[in-house]
Structures are given as structure tokens and as C-alpha cells.
Design a protein around this ligand. Structure first.
Ligand code: HEM
Length: 154
């Protein structure tokens, strides 16, 4: 599968579609919990590990909120709403200086764990498209950074 990452136009909050219900049906709740455990194992070792709590208990809390959110977003029980309440994507990420590079690193960790999951390509693609677009809402630092496809060699 092609895990395409398109560039964020700084300041734009593009419309996105939620993942197809197929994704949750095929992966199941346990599969999603495992996916996010594996994802966090990569994140804490990544170039953006500094954004995440170093304290194990605090990290476990963030991870648990995250998985609750994604279960709900994928059409499962409303665990996040019940446990935390309303989620504001921009506010939640405001305390962190998230550049396009950081977003790409985050997506790169997700790509690695998603590649190991045995579900249909349609389900995977739909989840990836959701993440790829919605993650643009977290970018709150404009570095003017160009992705490789924009760099014209002279
Ligand atoms: C579609 C993409 C994303 C979604 C839906 C998402 C959603 C969330 C949610 C639900 C939480 C937990 C909030 C809570 O505690 O209630 C969270 C936390 C966090 N997210 Fe994201 N996120 C996304 C992408 C990113 C990206 C690209 C980055 C950085 C590069 C990032 C960095 C963080 C950090 C650092 C936290 C931890 C906050 C803390 O320590 O409390 N997220 N995110």
C-alpha cells in the first residue's frame, strides 16, 4: 500500500472523512489497543519522543486517552466522550510546537505499525487517509519547511 503523505498548507484545517466502519469491524477493539501499544513503543523512541511524558504513569494516561479516542472515531463505543468529554484537536495539541516534520515523524510511526496489521487494504487505506488529513490540524508551527517533492535541484 502507498502511505502517501501530502504537505500541510499552514493554517488550513482540511475537511476529513472518518474511517470506514470496515476498519473497526476487521481490526476489533483488541486489535486497536495493540496497534496503539505498538505505536507508542515507536513514538517514545522517535525524534518526537520529547513531546510525550517521560513519566510512565503519565504516558499510560495519554496512551489510554488516545486509544479511547480512536476507538470512538472508528465507530466503536464512545469511550473518550464518556471518560474525558469533548475533544478539541487544535487545543489538545497547542501546548506542543508541532512542525510539518514532527507530523511526518508521527505518521511514519503509524505507517510502521499499520503495515504489520493483517486487514484488508480498503480498511487500512481509509484509516490512513483519515490520519493523513486530520493530522494536518495539529501543525501549529510554520517552519516554511519543504518536503522532498518540493525541493527543486539547481
Ligand atoms: C489524526 C491525528 C491525531 C489525532 C486524532 C490525535 C489525537 C490525540 C488525542 C485524542 C490525544 C489525547 C488527548 C487527551 O489526553 O485527552 C492526543 C495527545 C497527544 N498528541 Fe495527538 N493526535 C494526532 C496527531 C498528533 C501528531 C501529528 C502529533 C505530533 C507530532 C501529536 C502529538 C500529541 C501529543 C504530544 C499528545 C500528548 C499530550 C499530553 O501529554 O497530554 N498528535 N492526540
Amino acid at each position: 500500500m502507498d502511505y502517501k503523505i501530502s504537505k500541510t498548507e499552514f493554517g488550513q484545517k482540511p475537511h476529513f472523512d472518518l474511517p470506514t466502519p470496515l476498519f473497526y469491524q476487521e481490526l476489533g477493539e483488541d486489535g486497536l489497543v495493540k496497534l496503539f501499544n505498538d505505536f507508542y513503543d515507536l513514538l517514545v523512541d522517535s525524534d518526537i519522543s520529547n513531546f510525550f511524558p517521560q513519566d510512565e504513569e503519565e504516558l499510560a494516561k495519554v496512551k489510554s486517552h488516545n486509544v479511547k479516542f480512536f476507538i470512538e472515531a472508528c465507530g466503536g463505543p464512545k469511550y473518550y466522550t464518556q471518560a474525558v468529554g469533548h475533544f478539541d484537536m487544535i487545543k489538545a495539541h497547542e501546548p506542543f510546537s508541532i512542525t510539518e516534520k514532527a507530523r511526518t515523524e508521527w505518521l511514519g510511526c503509524m505507517q510502521q505499525v499499520l503495515a504489520n496489521v493483517d486487514i484488508s487494504q480498503d480498511a487500512k487505506k481509509s484509516f490512513w487517509n483519515y490520519l493523513e488529513t486530520f493530522s494536518k490540524h495539529t501543525v501549529n508551527v510554520d517552519t516554511g519547511l519543504k518536503l522532498p517533492e518540493d525541493i527543486v535541484k539547481v
